[in-house]
Ligand binder design. Sequence first.
Ligand SMILES: NC(=O)C1=CN([C@@H]2O[C@H](COP(=O)(O)OP(=O)(O)OC[C@H]3O[C@@H](n4cnc5c(N)ncnc54)[C@H](OP(=O)(O)O)[C@@H]3O)[C@@H](O)[C@H]2O)C=CC1
Ligand SMILES: O=C(O)C1=N[C@H](C(=O)O)C[C@H](O)C1
Length: 255
Amino acid sequence: MTVRLGVTGATGRMGREVLAAATGREDCEIVFAVNRDPDGETVDGIDIEPAAEFDSLVADREPTVVIDFTGPESAVEYAEVCADAGVAYVTGTTGFDEDGLEALEAASEDVPVLHAPNFARGVQALVNVVGEAVQNLPGYDVELVETHHNGKRDAPSGTANRLLEEIEENGEFTERTHGREGDAPREAGEIGVHALRAGDITGEHEIILAGNHEEVRLTHRAEDRGVFAAGAVDAAVWIAGQKAGSYDFADVIAE
Ligand SMILES: NC(=O)C1=CN([C@@H]2O[C@H](COP(=O)(O)OP(=O)(O)OC[C@H]3O[C@@H](n4cnc5c(N)ncnc54)[C@H](OP(=O)(O)O)[C@@H]3O)[C@@H](O)[C@H]2O)C=CC1
Ligand SMILES: O=C(O)C1=N[C@H](C(=O)O)C[C@H](O)C1
């Protein structure tokens, strides 16, 4: 079966990568690509259509799955249209508030919805091992540092938040401390969280566990955005065969 893809945020950093990753694959075809204000633009020969026409494009071109990398507000709007139209939805967008996450959950009652803050397989491996490291090193200081390009909106990153959940579930911690300034000695039990923004850095996440005169560093570094795009297209092909429900990238990797 060829999966029919709609792509949102198509002229963004990730949207362009998704179009490139999907083009040339035999298991999917792009049936439309939209962006907010495309002004007759094309990406790799694909016409970019106005996001205002998203609803009618979904109705007319009948995508199997929509892949979204935009912002949290628009991602929710696209999810709701997909839920009404019976179209599966994959979003890599980060920075959702509680209402946004609830809206994605509501959409997943009608269609398959996959929300993943990171589509790199190596990050999934990092999520899997970080809890074990924390369990093995009780009482060690834990700090998380994430580094991204200067255009990133949300901080800490969606991946950092996912890693923090895993850390907190596997150890005894009091609070997250976001950066330090002035007279700010480290308190026992806190998790230091640091978001760095510079240049065009693709995405780095490092967890430092230190104590007992030793340190462990677990690091993932994405070298190219193509790694996220390839994972998102894999997720779209996978979700095309699923029933309504809420999924994450671990479900895709598990098969
Ligand atoms: N899950 C993962 O593996 C990854 C997730 N991300 C996440 O993906 C998202 C996008 O990242 P990135 O591509 O770098 O961002 P960009 O800003 O480069 O691209 C976002 C695109 O979405 C469009 N857009 C933004 N808001 C709206 C809106 N309200 N309605 C319609 N279109 C909109 C933008 O249009 P315009 O040009 O008009 O601003 C732009 O084309 C972020 O949340 C980021 O954290 C990023 C990398 C990997
Ligand atoms: O905005 C980005 O670029 C990235 N965002 C994701 C996140 O917030 O975790 C994933 C990746 O690190 C790149």
